[in-house]
Design a protein around this ligand. Sequence first.
Ligand code: FCB
Length: 446
Amino acid sequence: MTSPATPWELPAGFSWGTATAAYQIEGAVTEDGRGRSVWDTFCAEPGRIRDGHTGEIACDHYHRWAEDVALMADLGVDAYRFSIAWPRIQPDGRGKPNPAGLDFYDRLVDALIERGITPTPTLFHWDLPQALEDGGGWLARDTAARFADYAEHVAARLGDRVRTWITLNEPFIHMAWGYALGVHAPGHALLLDALPAAHHQLLGHGLATAVLREAGAERVLVSNNLTPVTAASESAADRAAAAAYDTLHNRLFTDPLLLGRYPDLSAYGHDAAALPFVEPGDLDLIGGSVSGLGVNYYNPTVIAEGEPGAPLPFTTVEITGVPRTAFDWPVVPEGLSTLLTGLGARYGDALPPIWITENGCSTAEGLDDPERIAFLDGHIAAVSAASKAGIDVRGYFVWSLLDNFEWAEGYHQRFGLIHVDFPTGIRTPRASYHWLRERIGAGRPE
Ligand code: FCB
């Protein structure tokens, strides 16, 4: 395999990793005392997931984790972003931790460290214990306090070896798809009434961060899905709609985290300074709490004004004239440098170091995946361009190590550097795995 010639100029010590999430890879949903999660419930509801797929077995990582660690070591990455399944640690979302659940991640962390791979766990990648959903899920303020308790149990076991933590994965997508549109678990279609789920996730992050720091955390991040937004035309209405969308997707979480305040929500009929679910002191806890920003990037967004009378003040416009992934997502690598330099322009000195905590694409099932190689090459070049433009980017995690359960799409979207034959669990590295291995290896000092 010849490497594409794109030169990457990344800072010394730049970290290379792969990312996964518990529900998408582990399987073993009833083993060792794991409780039920909202995703188990959602998958069991007819019509929710394409072809009725579920995460019941997934990649069987719960049993094959040692093999997966060996594959990562062979790939040459120095970091692994995985998520911890809250229902394995607290089957009912509260109370005494389940030792068998903690043991699983304890073994994984040790195996990673032994191979020189930095464990980078995410505490919440969407698999809320069903018992907490029964009490209102993230719409309930109490879930934030429960999250901090859960973080405390995990940190008590792993905090001697884990130094970097990610509290939340894509709180925007979780709020939008899980609570506003109902296409992900827990399946609520509340539209703008989903907003409390944003604040309570942020509050949970703030409370958990205090606990993690107490346990010796060096770095606490939130990984959010971000997208550069452009207006479909120069019209005032399209530009206002694009600004409103940008606020929701990019600022709703980042402004409170970095600036300690909510952005202007007037396009959504709210006074940002008087949100009914925000209590005194909440924003002090949230503001300035992150020591890094996790950026998950897949594609840019083009926005036009909303349909008259529609509940949302914007519509999404399809991006044409660019390659598309197997998921039909547009491929626009420059969008990533635009996004990163835009964050620099927006937040200035308040912008902490950035890690790209997810980036990747789905392709056809085969082992030869030139589309993935081109995708990764172009996007890493975009990271390199942003770094040269002065943005402090410190690492890049490929989504994903393995083909896995892609939420509402089931097993139909294959994002892996490694192919998984789901009936047998057999893993086979794709061409992109060998390509990345060579590129990472070439950049490493002898
Ligand atoms: C992100 C999710 C991740 C994966 C990728 C494709 O939104 O965080 O779990 O599904 O998309």
